[in-house]
Design a protein around this ligand. Sequence first.
Ligand code: ASP
Length: 335
Amino acid sequence: MNTHTLSLPQIAVLATGGTIAGRAGDASKTAGYKAGVVGVDDLLDAVPGLDAVARIHAEQIASIDSKDMSTALWTTLASRINALLAQDDIDGVVVTHGTDTLEETAYMLHLTVKSAKPVVLTAAMRPSTALSADGPLNLLNAVTVAASNDAAGQGVLVAFNNQIHSARDVTKISTYAVDAFRSPETGVLGFVQDGRVEFQRSVTKPHTTASQFVVTEAWPMVEIVASYADASRVTVDALVAAGVKGIVVSGTGNGSIHATLTQALMDAVKAGVAVVRASRVGSGHVMRNGAASDDALGTVSAGTLNPYKARVLLMLALAAGSEDAVVLQRLFDTY
Ligand code: ASP
């Protein structure tokens, strides 16, 4: 190693699988491949110029399609990231992940990583074997962001398709396009292109070192139900009978809920289940006492968190012992 190499930041790349590590039978295939089969060393070898950006410490944490993400793996991942970032010789972390549940893992880490050092998730829409695979450039850009001083203290980030998003706001918006992520109400945090990292705004809600949440091994059962024409009470009743601790409703519009489902949820609240109203719309916020009266129902409004992120926050809050609707509402207003 020469002096220049030694002065480069050391970035830990933790691989979990996903399409970025996917392999198909032929290069024309961008669907119909197997996700999570290419190892982290091969992912890194496919990125020219990486050694000019950072020294890399690589670990294979899992090899899964992220549709199969589990809370047990979240515990492993968050714990490993916290341990690595506590080391003086690690300057940042990159996580390679599938796109399907990336926004959930990213928000979970945003609330449970206890370091100001950069943590950047990335992924790909095309498998590693595809013509014009997007994984290598996304990985190079993610390492570039993680190695940037400007990324410190910004919370967990997602680097994808030259954009930098906050873990809190980012969501997948396309089933096939390479431009697959948006932050609907807030927009991108910044850009990364050709080695240049530029932030245009910073995150205001608390995260990482300012978050009160810690990663848990005892994730409470929290499920998501949706409201739609003719929505019945069958699912909610079955969940309550199964001992669910929290329910997030993917409501219509501004978190409105079918009358039949509303009655079932009121009964769930009476049975001690925490109920959060989110929206299936994909952008906008759900106002407290807006399209439904949270005061009357005993529910909590999710604000700008989509149902999947609302579930993450509700699980962490319940795991920390916050069950009261007033306390939960304050947490949803804060985070
Ligand atoms: N199903 C894949 C996954 O989430 C999709 C992707 O990575 O784009 O692992």
